[in-house]
Ligand binder design. Structure first.
Ligand code: ADP
Length: 549
């Protein structure tokens, strides 16, 4: 809006005042409109937009102050500047009007120079305010667009968001976002919107683009317009706009809008569309990268799953043949110890392979659990039996304390696997002849807590956040010397989580660690509200004896 042509409403009950002001406003190149009382002024203000109001204070029925009050109360009218017209001695009223939000005041009789200066200044301030408001509004819309775009990591969703903003803010009757196929092969439609049902046949299809404005949009990176009636997607289209969407400086996608009317978009709309496609570029780049990462991750997971599957058979053969060889009566001590090494190595390999295959199964959601009511005592028994030789080898002492008759809701084999992971870490990362303790008790509510405590090397504070991450292994010597994949804790955490539990640890570097997890408790059906008594019971063989040398 320029001051020239601004619409000014003059409100005065005095005809000669109206006349003088009308002429002055006209002379300033503005458009005067008049109202000779407050009611008429309000009526006119509600009918059409004005840029400025010149308002007399002293009027019958509704005086200027009341009109001003009504204007400032109304959210639609509040921003129109109001200049008060009053007798110069009426200071109280002038002060009151300024308090109510009047922009300025004019004293009667009018001085033409002051009149011009005050009108110009008020309009200028309004223009600046309007521009600031518009800028803020645009910024908030662009922020919303960015927010919506960045929340999506799928290229089709990003294209749909771009298209819906473009369609909502233009008169286009067809909109399309398509990805360039390279080698001049056209474009793949990512999103299409419009009034015509024929558009459905373009959805996710390839379309040819061989018109000059497409090529120009791609080579220049600038929006192109055409009103030559050729190659429009809809026969009734009269104009087409092509906006290039750039990723890393290269045009990879186009936004195409077709209009059934010839009227061109104003500068504001073009600038909105330009801002829109500028924001769409990085969002599309992210979506494409995310898609590539997902695919690569999927291929890696499939590869790991295939390889671990393929490795299982040869490992079983090696183990079986090693066992078969042990039956040979003619073997000497040394041969037997070699075969023993082969067997232990294959066991280790098979644990690693099964860790890898667990990770890929958990990631692809292909892990199957058999959730049941599992007696804790049985689980601990299995774990102790399986770990006994490893513990004995380091002459460590295992203490077990567990509450009576605890039953958890879990997959028994997976629970054994979690405990073996934690116990074998306690063994690996603790010195010979140290104490290790397993304790299991109810948390007093509806979970069973398992704790595996060691007197080992502990975990450095800087490693604590990473401890459950995939492939993490502490870099210090004490940990590095041990065989491992860095997958055990990650798998344990995922297995605990998918069984509805949680896992955590406490550790003092150089002193030892306690790894704990909790799984849902199955309460005694007969006495559901019974407080849990911490009865500690020793298993029949709680302390595996250190192996004799
Ligand atoms: P792995 O033992 O195969 O390396 P894990 O995922 O079980 O893999 O453990 C990851 C890392 O966490 C280990 O390499 C080790 O550095 C550290 N860690 C795990 N348990 C303990 C423990 N009880 N005491 C000290 N460090 C541990």
């Amino acid at each position: 809006m320029s001051k020239h042509g601004a619409k000014v409403l003059i409100v005065d009950d005095n005809v000669s005042n109206l006349d003088v002001l009308t002429r002055r406003v006209q002379r300033l190149g503005m458009e005067p409109h008049t109202a000779n009382d407050g009611h008429m002024a309000m009526h006119r203000l509600n009918e059409e937009p004005f840029d400025l109001v010149l308002l007399d204070i002293m009027m019958p029925n509704m005086n200027g102050m009341q009109v001003l009050g009504k204007i400032k109360e109304d959210a639609e009218l509040r921003n129109i500047p109001v200049i008060i017209i009053s007798a110069v001695e009426d200071t109280n009223s002038i002060a009151r009007c300024i308090e109510l939000g009047a922009e300025d005041f004019l004293a009667k009789p009018f001085n033409p120079q002051i009149l011009q200066a005050r009108i110009s200044a008020s309009l200028e301030k309004k223009q600046l305010r309007d521009r600031a408001d518009q800028f803020l509004e645009e910024q908030s819309v662009l922020q919303r667009i960015s927010h919506e775009l960045n929340a999506r990591l799928n290229i089709d969703n990003v294209a749909e968001i771009v298209l819906s903003w473009a369609m909502d803010n233009t008169t286009a009757h067809l909109g399309m976002v398509g990805r360039l196929l390279g080698g001049g092969r056209g474009m793949k439609v990512l999103a299409i919107d419009g009034e015509s049902p024929v558009l459905n046949r373009f959805r996710h299809q390839k379309v040819r683009i061989d018109h000059v404005e497409f090529e120009r949009a791609v080579t220049t990176g600038l929006p192109q317009e055409s009103d030559k009636k050729e190659g429009f997607l809809l026969p009734e289209s009269k104009r087409r706009l092509v906006f290039p969407i750039r990723r890393a400086g290269v045009v990879s996608t186009l936004l195409i809008l077709e209009d059934a009317i010839t009227k061109r978009y104003d500068q504001k709309t073009i600038s909105f569309l330009t801002n829109l496609v500028d924001r769409a570029g990085p969002a599309m780049a992210n979506a494409i990268l995310y898609d590539q990462v997902q695919r690569a991750n999927q291929s890696k997971t499939e590869f790991i799953s295939d390889v671990s599957h393929e490795l299982k058979n040869p490992m079983t053969s090696i183990k079986n043949y090693a066992r078969l060889m042990l039956t040979d009566k003619e073997l000497n001590e040394q041969h037997i110890s070699y075969i023993d090494v082969i067997e232990r190595s294959v066991d280790r390999m098979s644990r690693m392979v099964s860790d890898l295959s667990d990770v890929s199964r958990i990631e692809t959601g292909h892990i199957r659990l058999e959730i049941d009511e599992v007696p804790v005592k049985d689980v601990i028994q299995t774990v102790v039996t399986e770990m006994e030789s490893q513990i004995n080898l380091k002459k460590q002492i295992l203490n077990i304390s567990l509450e009576d008759d605890l039953i958890v809701k879990a997959d028994q084999n997976r629970l054994v696997q979690i405990l073996i992971n934690l116990l074998s870490n306690a063994v690996k990362y603790s010195p010979a002849e140290s104490n290790i303790a397993i304790s299991v008790q109810s948390d007093g509510a509806d979970m069973v807590e398992f704790h595996v405590k060691d007197e080992g090397i502990g975990i450095r504070p800087e490693d604590r956040e990473k401890i459950f991450s995939k492939y993490f292994r502490a870099s210090e010597n004490g940990a590095r010397g041990q065989v491992g994949t860095g997958l055990g804790l990650n798998i344990s955490r995922q297995l605990v989580n998918i069984q509805g539990g949680k896992i955590w640890f406490e550790s003092h570097y150089g002193e030892g660690s306690v790894f704990s997890f909790a799984l849902p408790l199955i309460k005694n059906q007969d006495e559901p509200s019974k407080a849990v008594q911490p009865a500690i019971e020793e298993l029949p063989e709680p302390h595996p004896k250190p192996a004799a040398d």
